[in-house]
Each structure stands twice: as C-alpha cells, then as structure tokens.
Design a protein around this ligand. Sequence first.
Ligand code: HEC
Length: 129
Amino acid sequence: MKLHPLTLSLLVISLGAVISMAQEKGSTLFEEKCAACHVKQRPAYEEMKNLIAPPIMGVMTHVKNAKTTKTEAVSFINDYIFDPTQAKALCMKQSIERFGLMPSQKGSLTKEESTAIAEYLYDNYGYGK
Ligand code: HEC
C-alpha cells in the first residue's frame, strides 16, 4: 500500500494525539488518586517535615533502579498499589519506618486506571525528574 504523504502526516499527528491523551489521563488520575500523599515537585527543605509519603520522583528512581524494563516497572506498581507489603517494597527501609506501609488502594481505582498511572509515572519521573 502506498500512502499519500498528507495521509501519512495525518496518521502521525493522530498517533501523537492518542499518546498525549494517554499521558493526560495518567496525569489526571495521579492527581485524583495519589497526589494527596505523593508530591510531584521536589519538596523544599522546610516542606520535608510535612510529607506523609515519599515524593514520587524518589519512588520512581527506586522502581527504575530495581526494574530493568518498563513492563516490569508497570507490573510492580500495579501490584503494589493494590497489595503493598513490606517484603515487596523497593524503597528505603527508613521510608516505611517514617511513613508506615502504603495503604492498599483497592476499591479506589480500577486495574486499567492503575496501568495508566503507572505508565505515566514511568515516562515522566525518576532519575532527578
Ligand atoms: C494514603 C497515602 C497514599 C496514597 C493515596 C498513595 N500512596 Fe503510594 N505510598 C504511600 C507511602 C506511605 C509509601 C511508602 C511506604 C511504602 O513503600 O509502602 C508509598 C509508596 C509507594 C510506592 C513505592 C513502593 C515501594 O516501597 O517500593 C509506589 C510505587 C507508590 N507508593 C505508588 C502510588 C500510586 C501510583 C498511588 C496512586 C494510585 C499511591 N501510591 C497512592 C502512601 C500513599
């Protein structure tokens, strides 16, 4: 099949729109379901004492250090959201000592929503971001 260049560029544009819609969805869902506990901006020194969970860029750096592929990272996050345990935790021991274990988010979001959040987090956070 030979595609007209215009058709091709329209396809590329629509694909871009679909991808950015998925990003948008993950970002909105994170605000709704996770941001009450996990801040997205690196906290200023004086804000540190007010934190109730580790900031998400730190969480994602630990996840990326431990999981080599996006698929593995996303499936870890999907599992942890619904069934967090100390044995599975990748974050520093001090995090759990300070904040306690993350409460299960079962009932707060669907598996599909959790996947959208996990993919968004993988694409946007970790290693200094
Ligand atoms: C009620 C507060 C709260 C909410 C809501 C919350 N978390 Fe957490 N989360 C925590 C705390 C506290 C920790 C640190 C302790 C731990 O690791 O279990 C944590 C840790 C994590 C970790 C790291 C797990 C590890 O130790 O390896 C991930 C990943 C995570 N949260 C993702 C999410 C996502 C995604 C959402 C939204 C769907 C979310 N959390 C909602 C409190 C929360």
